[in-house]
Structures are given as C-alpha cells and as structure tokens.
Design a protein around this ligand. Structure first.
Ligand code: ZN
Ligand code: ZN
Length: 108
C-alpha cells in the first residue's frame, strides 16, 4: 500500500456545492474500512443532516401500553400520545365496533 500517495483532497459537497477537504487520515480510514465511495457531504452538511434527523424524531410515552416509543410525527396535543402498535390496535377495534353498531337493515 502506497500510503505516501494519499494526500488531502478537495471534494465538492453534494449539498452545499462547496469544496471541502477530505483529509489523508480520513482517506486511510475509508481504505481500512473498505469503503469504496468517497464522502458526499462536508462535515457541516453531515452534521446538519444528523441534527435534522434527530429533530424529526419525537419521543413519546404511550398512554395505553405505558411504553416509551419514537414517532416521526409530533404527538397530538389534544389527546394522549400512543405508540404505533396501540394505534393499530385502536384502529382495528374502532372498525370492529363500528361494524357492530351499524344498524342492520334486515331487522327493520
Ligand atoms: Zn456541504
Ligand atoms: Zn402503546
């Protein structure tokens, strides 16, 4: 392996279009890990993307099963937040109840 060949490189960021430096040590790290691709985003944009991902996660406490869950949408303010498992169950039960309550047209 010719390590002396590795130099800092400038790569345009896919997100902000600015050139950023892909350092020799990072390149060696990529080589060691066997990564074929070079980084697509500068560290700024990578950080931003990570932050955005975290901001889009909402940690809720399910009011039905009492478990902690993660939602990708903000929990409703006007009612108890429930996890997706309980939500599915709730929808199923709701539909079953509705089917039961539907007046039967045959009995009239
Ligand atoms: Zn960038
Ligand atoms: Zn739940």
């Amino acid at each position: 392996m010719e390590e002396s060949e590795i130099k800092d490189r400038k790569i345009p960021c896919k997100t902000c279009q600015k050139d950023f430096v892909w350092t020799a040590s990072e390149q060696r790290y990529y080589q060691k890990k066997g990564f074929k691709k070079q980084p697509q985003k500068c560290s700024d944009c990578r950080e931003k993307a990570n932050k955005l991902r975290n901001e889009n996660m909402f940690y809720i406490h399910c009011g039905i099963c009492d478990k902690n869950a993660v939602m990708i949408a903000p929990p409703p303010k006007d009612r108890v937040a429930i996890c997706s498992d309980c939500y599915e169950k709730f929808v199923k039960e709701f539909q079953e109840n509705k089917a039961k309550q539907e007046p039967s047209t045959n009995s009239v």
